[in-house]
Design a protein around this ligand. Structure first.
Ligand code: GLN
Length: 540
């Protein structure tokens, strides 16, 4: 039976619980244990797929096609493990399965109640995740903040699991310790209050992670210990880090893994952080920049710029840059600028490479097409991801094949030249308004054409598998025309004969994929497409 570690957050959201959970996983993995992680999100949405990225952040897609929360991306990147549906529960998901089971008479005619049936379903899922990956440790991150009405049932599940298995469950609370400018001192009260609220839910934290801009000093640790009922050694500094990948090592410096293991009366099986430490050295020491521009639109929220919508793309750029000892410098470029004034395109020259990531709807699309024309003709390395491939195809069709009305059916349902079109099965779903979880999702095979650059980049492999999330496809009716004009279709899905990768010759790097390579890049194993893109960009 695995050990279960719950991670909840106090004080406020966005204090990095996802990274904390992934980092705890990483340090336990470094001690020789198999770890998996589960995210419990309080919202009613059955998955993250229907949410606006500006509001929710990136939708991370797993191999099995789950449209999940971005934290699963962090778990995968830190633990280097492929996760799936069992690792992700929302209130909506949990209720849906309880209600479905009730409709199937699986509760033998008894009254089905919020407590205990909902927490029991949460527990069932947590156990299933542990079983699936044969984990020694299952980490469970509870979304939201303690004290919210929304996540009470997840806390209730945590409490019940501990009651059933007192020796196998541990609670970690992540608090925030502000240093208000007018006071100039680190304050512990918000964290104390969070612990009180957690106590109100019947849970006493075993360990407290104190998130702050500075390390917690002795008086602060003592105070938290006294008022929150934990050993001072179990008050761990979670100081702001330059890179999220440093966090596991910072925790280790505070002996977090040995505190956890001793509470479970376990001993480390090994001690292996070498490769990870080397990565952190590179992150600190790489000084030569590689400048990448990302042209997107899910950046702005009022006066703030959010990077969350493209987090996997950003991380993939970093992984590849570090692989070549480069310092990644990422700039957000707004597609709408190029629509207003094409002169603004000149700024693209300042970058070593340009990425156009995924996206939906027509806003900003014409600006992106202009940018692609610019990087194609000015020989600036270019990587297109999903929507990025569709737009690269449209640009090529318009300017290299003379199909000047070329577009995607997504932007103009009545277009005469749908070089990007929707498949019949998708048409039916759209007409019936069945939008949730119905895109082409998750892992699909892709056959690479021998002799192409893609084939070479993937190490001369013929068959690869990549993750998808889209409804529209390159229209096979235009394939021959596009090919005759010089567009190379270097990857094709063998079952459905759908184009997965396009590339151009006589260009330092011009490649785009219908799938999302960013979901499979790992810090120590950058994705081949990103790696080659960065290598070429670094040469600029
Ligand atoms: N909007 C496009 C489609 O649905 C691209 C999706 C994406 O970039 N993820 O096919």
């Amino acid at each position: 039976m695995p050990k279960y570690i719950f991670v909840a957050g106090g004080v406020m959201s966005s204090i990095g619980k996802g990274v904390a959970t992934a980092s705890i996983g990483k340090i336990l993995e470094g001690k020789g244990f198999k770890v998996t992680a589960v995210k419990n999100d309080p919202y009613i949405n059955v998955d993250a797929g229907t949410m606006n990225p500006v509001e929710h952040g990136e939708v991370f897609v797993t191999d099995d096609g789950t449209e999940s929360d971005q934290d699963l991306g962090n778990y995968e990147r830190f633990l280097d493990e492929n996760l799936g549906s069992v690792n992700y529960a929302t209130t909506g998901r949990v209720y849906l399965s309880v209600i479905e089971r009730e409709r199937n008479l699986e509760y033998n005619g008894r009254c089905v109640e919020v407590v205990p049936d909902i927490p029991n379903e949460v527990i069932r899922r947590i156990k299933a995740a542990g079983k699936k990956s044969r984990a020694d440790f299952v980490l469970i991150e509870i979304g939201g903040t303690v004290g919210e009405y929304q996540n009470m049932l997840f806390l209730e599940a945590a409490r019940m699991l501990k009651l059933q298995n007192p020796k196998d469950v541990l609670f970690i609370l992540m608090g925030y310790l502000p240093i208000p400018e007018m006071v100039g001192e680190m304050k512990t009260k918000p964290t104390q209050n969070a612990v009180k609220m957690l106590n109100g839910a019947g849970i006493q934290p075993d360990i407290i992670l104190g998130r702050s801009s500075q390390p917690l000093d002795e008086p602060r640790k003592r105070k938290i210990s006294t008022f929150c009922n934990v050993d001072p050694k179990d008050v761990i500094s979670a100081t702001d880090a330059k890179s999220i990948y440093e966090v596991p090592l910072n925790y280790e410096r505070e002996n977090l893994s040995s505190r956890i293991l001793s509470k479970f009366r376990m001993r480390p099986r090994k001690n292996n952080f070498k490769e990870w430490e080397k990565l952190i050295d590179t992150i600190h020491n790489a000084t030569k920049p590689v400048k990448i521009g990302i042209i997107g639109k899910y950046f702005e929220s009022g006066k703030f710029t959010l990077m969350d919508s493209y987090i996997s793309v950003i991380e993939s750029i970093k992984h590849a840059a570090w692989h070549y000892d480069r310092k990644p410098e990422i700039t957000w470029l707004s597609a709408e600028n190029y629509e207003e004034n094409p002169k603004n395109l000149e700024e693209l020259k300042e970058y070593d490479g340009i990425i156009i990531p995924g996206g939906f709807g027509s806003r900003g699309v014409e600006g992106k097409i202009k940018a692609i024309e610019y990087v194609r003709t000015n020989k600036i390395p270019f990587l297109g991801l999903c929507l990025g491939m569709q737009l690269a195809t449209i640009e090529f069709a318009r300017h290299a094949c003379g199909l000047d009305k070329a577009t995607s059916r997504e932007f103009n349902p009545k277009t005469e030249q749908p070089v990007i079109d929707v498949m019949d099965e998708q048409k039916a779903l759209i007409n019936e308004k069945k939008f949730g979880g119905t895109m082409r999702l998750g892992a699909y095979d892709c056959e690479l054409a021998v002799g192409t650059r893609a084939f070479e980049i993937y190490g001369n492999q013929k068959l690869i598998s990549e993750r998808h999330r889209h409804r529209y496809e390159l229209n096979n009716d235009y394939r021959k025309t596009l090919e005759d004009c010089g567009l190379i279709m270097s990857g094709v899905n063998p079952e459905k004969n759908l184009v997965e990768i396009i590339e151009l010759k006589n260009h330092p790097f011009f490649m785009a994929s219908q799938f999302h390579p960013e979901f499979k890049s790992r810090p120590l194993r950058p994705h081949p497409l990103f790696r080659e893109f960065i290598r070429c960009a670094a040469k600029q």
